[in-house]
Structures are given as C-alpha cells and as structure tokens.
Design a protein around this ligand. Sequence first.
Ligand SMILES: [Ca+2]
Length: 204
Amino acid sequence: MNKLLLAALIAAPALSFAAGPELVVNGSFEQYSGASFSGFAKLAAGSSLLTGWTVGATSVDIIKGNYGAVSGNSIDMLGTPGPGSVAQTLNTVIGQTYWLQFDLSSNRGGDNNAAGKELTVAGLGGGAAQSFSALTAGVSHQSYIFTADSTATLLKFSSGPSGYSGSVLDNVSVTAVPEPQTYALMLAGLAAMGFVARRRKPAQ
Ligand SMILES: [Ca+2]
C-alpha cells in the first residue's frame, strides 16, 4: 500500500477523535429566549429560557457586560436572591473518561464572602462533589477529569448557600479524553507521515 495513504488512514481517525465532540448544549449561555436585558435578568427555578439548561433551587441571574460577566451572557449562580443551580444531562459512555472545563468569575457585589462565592459541581462518575472558589478577582479556567459510570451523566452546578452576588459561570465544556492507545496511534501516524515526507523530498 502507498505509504502516504497508509499514514493518512492511521492518523485521520485518531486526530478527529482527539478533538472529541462537545457534549454540553449551550455551554456559553448565549442561547437565551427571554426578553432582551441590560445588566441582568432573573431566571427562577423551572425557567426554560436558557436552552439546554434546567434552573433549580431558587434562582440564578443571566448577566452580561457587568457583575463579573465573562463573555457575552454568563450566569451569576446566586440569583435575586439565590441559592441557585443550573443542570443538564449528558449522553456519556460508561467507562469513558471525560474532561469538564469551565470559566469561573464572581460578581464582586456587596455581599462578597467566601460562602457565597462557592461553586459546587455535583459528583460526576460516582465521585464526590467538587467545590471551586470564585472569591479571587478575575476569571479563572477550571477543569476536572471524571470517568462516566452511566449513559446519562447529570452535570449540575450549584451556588453557595445564599445572597445576591455569587460565583459566575461561563464556557462550560465536556469532551471525551482520548485513550492512551489513541495517542499512540496518533503519534505513529504522525511519525509515518514525517517519514514519508522525508522520503518524498526531491533529491538536491
Ligand atoms: Ca457566555
């Protein structure tokens, strides 16, 4: 078989798998079917205005351009008032490892305290709940690796106990992590392509 074709056949599926499809719907919170707003709008528990997400507890606020918003629309996890939660169920493969990523900021409002700035991710893959603090100023990028134990994984973010100025969530992403074998195949494919490229270089 032609070596270049062989290399491409090896590398192509590995490379596409490495990217991994995005499992979270509307992880940037830009799909919002409520009335246009400036600053913030309250989303009460049970609201269906935020595509893909279920709002729970008491309320969260959708915010933009203020209150620690990250990019476009973001979610202030303490609504008017909190506590609040947002959740969605992901289609996952049992035994597959996944990478959760999100951006975390905070509403630097009047009730700026550690408890109110906490963000908790409900236990994933049968693991313990994970807590993140948004008390420090600025935006931080957070990530967490888990292995699915169900075909329906609940991704749920919850605010601190009470207040109006909470942790701020945006750019939520969950993608499959390639298996070590996939990395090995990808490297073998790239190495083969490099070998073929050298061989095909015209003689000086
Ligand atoms: Ca956003």
